[in-house]
Design a protein around this ligand. Structure first.
Ligand SMILES: Cc1cc2nc3c(=O)[nH]c(=O)nc-3n(C[C@H](O)[C@H](O)[C@H](O)COP(=O)(O)OP(=O)(O)OC[C@H]3O[C@@H](n4cnc5c(N)ncnc54)[C@H](O)[C@@H]3O)c2cc1C
Length: 457
């Protein structure tokens, strides 16, 4: 390369030409770079469009790989209040076409995950909607709201959330596609079944895409009713519970005075169950009589460890202050006689609500047979609902046992039944097509085929 020197005019000229050449080259390089950058951006844009297309196997605008909220985050997240009743449950009229799946599982408790494990192992490629704080419950279901579980076989003691994390990992490992959205609307009036999703964190609207499925397993669970007694949130899991059979045996309740709220048969069952471990069980009944059956009422009122307080309600849950690391435990309950207005404080290390459950069946109202309390009715001994191809498992169809292990058991049944049903559908279609082909061949040979309106018949 020529070097420009002050004594050499030619040299200067050469140098200037060289510099101009260099500049031009640099400009060209930059232009090329810019062009390349633009091309990359375009590719990215196209990719993004493809990924957000309704035909990509994912639920619309959410990340492909779903995530579950840690319980603490879930507890502090306040979803917008649901206005589900304004969304009519029937006849989906969304605009865009979504994805189609052979089997969709709605709900992510023990029933949903067990169904998913079985279905995935049977190559049904199940898609699970685990919910985004559906009903205010984190993905994973009711067990994520409790501390220790001591009655799930295989684990003498395990955190509820850990157990559900394990189940989730197992169903995903088997091949289940898990989507962290809540199903907001379902139409099971014709096949394939149709459904739409709520955008994440917004239960007031529905996404445009209408997804379809050949079969559905409903595992949306139930929610124990709470009473919103002051102190309830603070001592939930630290004295306050909604399941005596689940939590009653925990060390914090052993040989301690406990309180049950409720006057129905389940309240009696729970109270009697608690007497095995507690020093005393007080039952608060809002009215002046029990709603429970006579035999149950007698069982309760004659029990030496039980005191029934009629016309009483709880007004405040009291206990230790605790620290963020070690939360305080409940120690007392303030109660009120609704007839006299008199208040008193009683010693209580545990408070168990037995005021009923709400099954998460709003989505299927007027579309499936349900009992007076909204539980889905299944054919006894099966998970079949009143609509062929729709199966129900877990607490959503069981108001008697309501346990993780019974839910898991019915989830297994639902997957096996769904698999059998899908296979039958496939073979019916294959038989129908074969018959059609046979008819065509016969027609070609001049034989008039028997008239049939439906190849499946
Ligand atoms: C405090 C407490 C402690 C318990 N402890 C025990 C115990 O120690 N041992 C035991 O065996 N049982 C225990 N249980 C009972 C046990 O948790 C339930 O029986 C079991 O979780 C029911 O499982 P499931 O699969 O039917 O539904 P759930 O666990 O209720 O899960 C249903 C899930 O589906 C989601 N969902 C609902 N609607 C939709 C929708 N539209 N779209 C997407 N997702 C949706 C919900 O948000 C939820 O995450 C306890 C229950 C409670 C409340």
């Amino acid at each position: 390369m020529a070097k420009a020197t002050a004594s050499n005019g030619k040299g200067i000229m050469i140098a200037t030409r060289e510099t101009t050449k260099k500049k031009k080259k640099k400009k060209k390089k930059e232009k090329k770079k810019k062009k390349k950058k633009r091309a990359v951006t375009r590719v990215l844009e196209i990719t993004a469009n493809v990924f957000s297309s309704a035909f990509f196997r994912r639920a619309s605008s959410t990340p492909l790989r779903a995530f579950s909220l840690p319980i603490a985050a879930a507890a502090s997240f306040q979803p917008k209040p649901s206005v589900a009743p304004s969304l009519s449950p029937l006849r989906i009229t969304g605009q865009a076409r979504g994805m189609h799946s052979k089997l969709v599982i709605i709900g992510s408790g023990p029933a949903g995950h067990t169904a998913a494990i079985y279905a995935a192992r049977a190559d049904l490629k199940p898609v699970m909607y685990e919910g985004f704080l559906a009903l205010g419950i984190a993905a994973g279901g009711q067990l994520t709201t409790t501390d220790e579980v001591e009655n799930f076989p295989g684990f003498s003691k395990i955190q509820g959330a850990t157990l559900m994390d394990n189940m989730r990992a197992q169903s995903e490992g088997c091949g289940t596609e898990i989507i962290s959205q809540t199903v907001g609307k379902v139409d099971i009036s014709s096949r394939p079944f149709k459904y739409q999703l709520h955008p994440m964190g917004d239960d007031n609207t529905l996404e445009d895409e209408v997804h379809t499925a050949d079969a559905i397993i409903i595992a949306t669970g139930a929610k124990a009713r709470r009473l919103d007694v002051p102190g309830e949130d603070k001592y939930w899991g630290n004295g306050v519970s909604a399941c005596a059979v689940c939590d009653g045996s925990l060390p914090l309740f052993r040989s301690k005075p406990l309180v049950v709220i409720g006057g129905g048969d389940s309240a009696v069952e729970e109270a009697v169950y608690l007497t095995k471990k507690a020093s005393k069980v007080t039952v608060l009944v809002r009215k002046d009589a029990l709603r429970a059956g006579k035999a149950n009422g007698r069982r309760l009122s004659t029990h030496p460890k039980v005191e029934i307080k009629y016309n009483h309600v709880a007004t405040q849950i009291l206990g230790e202050e605790g620290t963020p690391k070690k939360p305080g435990l409940m120690t007392h309950l303030r109660i009120k006689n609704v007839k006299t207005g008199k208040e008193e404080e009683i010693e209580a290390n545990g408070l168990f609500y037995a005021v009923g459950h709400e099954p998460a069946t709003q989505l299927f109202k007027d579309q499936l047979k349900m009992d007076s309390e909204g539980y889905i009715i299944t054919t006894p001994g099966t998970t079949e609902t009143s609509v062929e191809g729709v199966f129900a498992a877990g607490d959503v169809q069981d108001k008697k046992y309501r346990q993780a292990v019974t839910s898991a058991g019915s989830g297994c049944m639902a997957a096996l039944e769904a698999e059998k049903w899908l296979v039958e559908q496939d073979s019916e279609i294959t038989n129908g097509l074969e018959a059609e082909n046979q008819a065509e061949r016969s027609q070609a040979n001049g034989v008039v085929p028997e008239y049939r309106s439906n190849p499946l018949l």
